[in-house]
Design a protein around this ligand. Sequence first.
Ligand SMILES: Cc1cc2nc3c(=O)[nH]c(=O)nc-3n(C[C@H](O)[C@H](O)[C@H](O)COP(=O)(O)OP(=O)(O)OC[C@H]3O[C@@H](n4cnc5c(N)ncnc54)[C@H](O)[C@@H]3O)c2cc1C
Length: 393
Amino acid sequence: MNGLYLNDPGKVRFLAQHAKSNYVWTVNELKVEWVDGIGMEGGHSHPRSHTTKQGSGAGIVTKQLARLQEMGVKPRTRCFVDEIVRDASGRVRGLKVYEGYRFPKFGTGRVKYIEAKKAVILCHGGFSADVAYRMLQDPKLTDKFQTTNQPGATSELWREASRIGALEVQNDWIQCTPWNNAIEKGMGVSWSFAQYVAGEFGVWVTTKGERFVNENANRKVRADAILVEQGKGLRCIAVANLAAGAALAERRPGFVEKCVKDGLVKQSDTLEAIASAFGIDAAALKKTIETYNEGVKAGKDALGKDVSRVKPMTEGPWLAMEMSPRIHHCMGGIVTNLRCEVIDVKTLKPIPGLYAAGEATSGVHGAVRMGTNAIFDCLVFERVAGLSAVKAA
Ligand SMILES: Cc1cc2nc3c(=O)[nH]c(=O)nc-3n(C[C@H](O)[C@H](O)[C@H](O)COP(=O)(O)OP(=O)(O)OC[C@H]3O[C@@H](n4cnc5c(N)ncnc54)[C@H](O)[C@@H]3O)c2cc1C
C-alpha cells in the first residue's frame, strides 16, 4: 500500500523471501554485527528493522571491504565511469572511465577502456545530490532542499544508462525524509530521536501545539505533511518524554543523552519550557499531549497511529527537536528482471552483458520506500546480480 501499487510484485515477493537468508549471510559470511532487538520505521506494520552495531550501513561496507582484502580484490576509487560500451550486436563490452578522477571536475584523470571479462554490473546509486537532474524529474526539489546523500550521488550514469538503451521508469519518485534535525546538516544523527522516540512513542506538533500527521505513517505522508505546515509558516517539532525513549535506550544505550549533551535535542523538566524554547503554544501542547494520552489508554489514536506499544506521557523530563525534510532516496531507475538483467528500451528484452542492482534500479519500492528497506534491496539484488554476472555467457 505504501508503494501506491507502483511496486513490481515479483520483486517485492523475492525481497521478502530472501531477506532472512541475506541477514544470516551478513552474519555468517561477512561477520556483520547487529544490535539485539528490532525497531519500527515509518510505514512498517510491525517492528522489523535491524540496525548494525556501528549504527549505519558502514557496519556492512567495512566488513565487505575487509572480505575483499582477504580475497586479494582491490576496489578502484577515484575512477569515474563515463561511458558504457555496447557493440554492434547490442552486447555490453565494457566501460570508458577516467582513472585518477578528481571529484567533481568532469574530464580529470586519464581515459581508460576496461573490457568486461563476463559482464558489467551497474550499481551507481541515486541522484539525490544532483539538483539540476532531480529538478527535471520533480521541479519542486530545488536547491533550497538539503540532501542526506553524499555529494557524488549524481545522475551521470542514470543518463548514460538511458543513452545506451537501458529502460528506466519512475525516476520522478524521489523520497524526502521527514525527520532530519533542522540544526544538523545532511542526515545528521538525531533523526533517530524524532523517529524511534517521538515518532514511535511521542508526538509531532506544529508551533500551534497541534499534531498534524500520524507520526509513524510512511515517509512521503509525513514529509509532505511537514512541507504543508512549513508552507503555512509553522515549524514542526518532535516531542516526547524521557520515558518514551526506553525502547531506543535498550538498543542504543546513551544515544538520547548524547544528543542532549551535543545540543541537538533539547531537554527540559517542564512542557512549558519546551514550548518556550521552540515557540510552541504551551496551552495547546499540554492539551494535545493529554488528548494523545487518552487515545493511548483507549488503544485508539485519533490520527490512526498504532499505539499498542505506547505508554501515556505523564511526566518529564521532556525532549524536543525541530524537523526539516531532506532529499533522501530515488525509488525509480533502471528496469531489471529477477536475474538483475537490464531491460532494453527498444526490445524489452535483457541487454546481453549488463546487470544492475541497488538504488540505481526500480521496482522494489514503488512510490515510497519504507524505512530500512533499501539496504536489504541492495544486499539481496546486488548478490543476485553478482551471481548472474558470474554465470553470464
Ligand atoms: C544517510 C543515509 C542513511 C541511510 N540509512 C539507511 C538505513 O538505515 N537503512 C536502509 O535500508 N537504507 C538506508 N539508506 C539508503 C541506502 O543506504 C542506499 O539506498 C544504499 O546505500 C544505496 O546503495 P547502492 O549500492 O545502490 O548505491 P551507493 O551506496 O549510493 O553507491 C553508488 C556509488 O556509485 C558512485 N557513482 C555514481 N556515479 C558514478 C560514476 N559515473 N562513476 C563512478 N562512480 C559513480 C556514487 O558516488 C556512489 O559512491 C540511507 C541512505 C543515506 C544517504
